[in-house]
Design a protein around this ligand. Structure first.
Ligand code: ADP
Ligand code: MG
Length: 338
């Protein structure tokens, strides 16, 4: 689909504007764009915790020369065009706001070439104004460089956390997307030092091992469950392998990392007495359901979703975890009443 500016009526239906509040949000948005572009390899580099420089390069479909300027306009997107599209979103982005929001508060350099076009484009934007645009020879794909974040909004710059905290937030986003997209190779460097090197994995389990170590990946129990419209797959930890916090209770809904309260609750209920008080399991669960069974247009950063039938999702997740657990601990395990 070509990039187009959305109709005002459609814009009005889109959940409150996306805000770029920190370097990690820039990384998240640029990586989502690379994934939506079908990249098989994504490189991320930061300097100064992302405040001085963020570079994201992909080998995806690229941006057509005629559309590059539009890509940085507000509410311009190639991913939806009509109101009904909001109920069948299959991409990570759809609001056409991220590039405009980033370009408004930083100095952005974009080099891109669309698959099928002879020449690429170089464009430089500062504080939302295009300063330079010219043709450029390069391979297909896109490179975005975001420098001096918040250079023109000192108030926001003051609220930024330290570089270490920012790097950790970026690491977390990259490892979540790396899990969600195991077939995509990810390379992350901070201040020219390697942070994550993740070659394309054939299976999610290999990616899990690359991120958490082979021991963790091997110990986890496989989860598989489906009903007529939903599918749940992934891993949870066996009894005895628990953690002091919920940080590794990770859920992907249609490829999107979501932070939802109901999903961990469903898993915890399946463990019931198998977990000591105050301890939490590991869970990496992929929930796939038809796009119209989940509304992703409810949260500015799209990290919360609304299910059309939350009870059904809860029950299926619980049943999935329960079945995986029952296979390992038949003697200590008591079935939950349902
Ligand atoms: P959204 O992702 O919600 O559509 P963005 O502002 O993030 O909005 O991007 C605007 C448009 O620019 C996208 O719809 C897409 O067409 C194009 N685009 C942005 N980044 C890339 C990329 N890395 N590769 C290809 N196209 C891109
Ligand atoms: Mg986007």
């Amino acid at each position: 689909m070509p990039i187009r500016v959305l109709d005002p009526e459609l814009v009005a239906q889109i959940a409150a504007g996306e805000v770029i509040e920190r370097p990690a949000s820039v990384v998240k948005e640029l990586v989502e764009n690379a994934l939506d572009a079908g990249a098989s390899r994504i490189e991320v580099e930061t300097e100064g915790g992302g405040r001085s420089r963020i570079r994201v390069a992909d080998d995806g479909c690229g941006i057509p020369a005629a559309e590059v300027a539009l890509a940085f306009a507000r509410h311009a997107t190639s991913k939806i065009s009509a109101p009904e599209d909001l109920f069948r979103i299959a991409t990570l982005g759809f609001r056409g706001e991220a590039l405009a929001a980033i370009a408004a508060v930083a100095r952005v350099t974009c080099r891109t070439r669309a698959v099928g076009e002879e020449l690429g484009t170089y464009v430089r934007i500062e504080g939302g104004e295009i300063r330079e645009q010219r043709p450029l020879a390069r391979p297909p794909g896109t490179e975005m460089i975001v420098e001096d974040l918040f250079f023109n909004t000192p108030a926001r710059r003051k609220f930024l956390k330290g570089e270490g905290a920012e790097r950790r937030a970026i690491d977390l986003w990259i490892s979540r997307y790396a899990l969600a997209y195991p077939r995509v190779a990810f390379f992350l460097r901070h201040d020219r030092r390697e942070a994550l090197t993740l070659p394309a994995a054939r299976e999610p389990r290999h990616r899990l091992a690359a991120l958490y170590g082979a021991e963790v990946a091997e110990a986890l129990l496989e989860v598989h469950e489906a009903d007529e419209e939903m599918r749940i797959s992934g891993w949870i930890s066996p009894p005895g392998m628990d953690r002091p916090d919920r940080q590794e209770m990770v859920f992907f809904v249609n490829g999107r990392w979501v932070q939802d309260r109901m999903l961990p609750a469903a898993v915890l209920q399946a463990y019931h007495t198998l977990l000591p008080a105050g301890r939490f399991p590991w869970s990496f669960l992929w929930i796939d359901l038809p796009p119209d069974a989940v509304d992703v247009n409810v949260h500015p950063a799209k990290i919360e979703v609304r299910f059309r039938d939350p009870d059904r999702v809860f029950r299926l997740v619980q049943r999935a975890a329960h079945r995986a657990l029952r296979q390992t601990a038949p003697r200590v395990f008591q079935p939950v009443a349902s």
